[in-house]
Design a protein around this ligand. Structure first.
Ligand code: IPE
Ligand code: IPE
Ligand code: MG
Length: 242
């Protein structure tokens, strides 16, 4: 299969889908047109990932800092998320995609929450691939939310402070059932994490491509996985042990 080692397909791929604005600007189009094209890219990448036997795809759709953008862009993005979540539901069901969401859902417009909830429920029985939509997601906020829940457990007398450890905090993240991402892809060339999966990406392999997200194709995905398969993951140990 396209020279990939089927034994070493990353189970969980996370993507920072960046460059929609630049894609649009280069064409003299409004930024929202870039986001529209980006949504189409995501659909094809989900299907390609499923075909390649990836088990989880986490897509950074809207960060907890993206509220700082112009009002019109924020509302355009919210409308697009709602539209896409409705328009693609049948296809996602057909493809065996299970949709879940990471982020503070309750701060989203009600209509977006409602549509995402419907997608989550309607696809709950699917198991070919999980599409984890990170929306109103921030890595720091996720850790804050977990810390608050740990503090509440202490307050209720359920645990001692000394019992707050990595396993406990991991179990309080938005989706503790998911494996940590093996591979993090960022499009559009920026070499930063932008508050994505701070807790979970401790040992994730990074892959940055200059390709803008709307141009990202199945071939780009395969290239990223190929690059990943050439890496030696050590998790702090030495190669012979790993
Ligand atoms: C990523 O594309 C999409 C979102 C953050 C919602 P950008 O809109 O950040 O694109 P650039 O970085 O301006 O090119
Ligand atoms: C990260 O991209 C967020 C998403 C892709 C949803 P940004 O474009 O918001 O990140 P910065 O501002 O360049 O760090
Ligand atoms: Mg950007």
């Amino acid at each position: 299969m396209e020279e990939l080692d089927p034994q070493r397909i990353p189970q969980h791929i996370a993507v920072i889908m960046d460059g929609n604005g630049r894609w649009a600007r280069r064409r003299g189009l409004p930024r929202l047109e870039g986001h529209r094209q980006g949504y189409k890219t995501l659909k094809s990448v989900v299907i390609a990932a499923a075909e390649l036997n990836v088990k989880v795809l986490t897509a950074y759709t809207f960060s907890s800092e993206n509220w700082r953008r112009p009002k019109a862009e924020v509302s355009g993005l919210m409308r697009l998320i709602r539209y896409a979540a409705r328009a693609e539901l049948d296809e996602m069901k057909r493809q065996g995609v299970r949709i879940i969401v990471s982020g503070r859902m309750h701060e989203l417009p009600k209509s977006v929450q409602k549509q995402l909830d419907e997608d989550i429920k309607a696809t709950a029985g699917n198991s070919r691939i999980i599409l984890n939509i990170a929306v109103n997601y921030g890595g720091r906020v996720e850790i804050v939310d977990a810390a608050r829940r740990a503090a509440e457990m202490v307050q209720r007398g359920e645990i001692e402070p000394a019992q707050i450890d990595e396993d406990l905090l991991s179990s309080l993240m938005y989706h503790p059932e998911l494996p940590d991402p093996d591979l993090l892809i960022r499009t559009a060339g920026e070499m930063r994490i932008s508050n994505f999966l701070l807790w979970q990406s401790a040992y994730t392999e990074f892959y940055v491509t200059q390709t803008l997200w709307p141009d990202f194709s199945r071939e780009d995905l395969v290239a990223a996985i190929k690059d990943y398969q050439r890496r030696t993951r050590k998790f702090g140990a030495v190669v012979e042990q790993a």
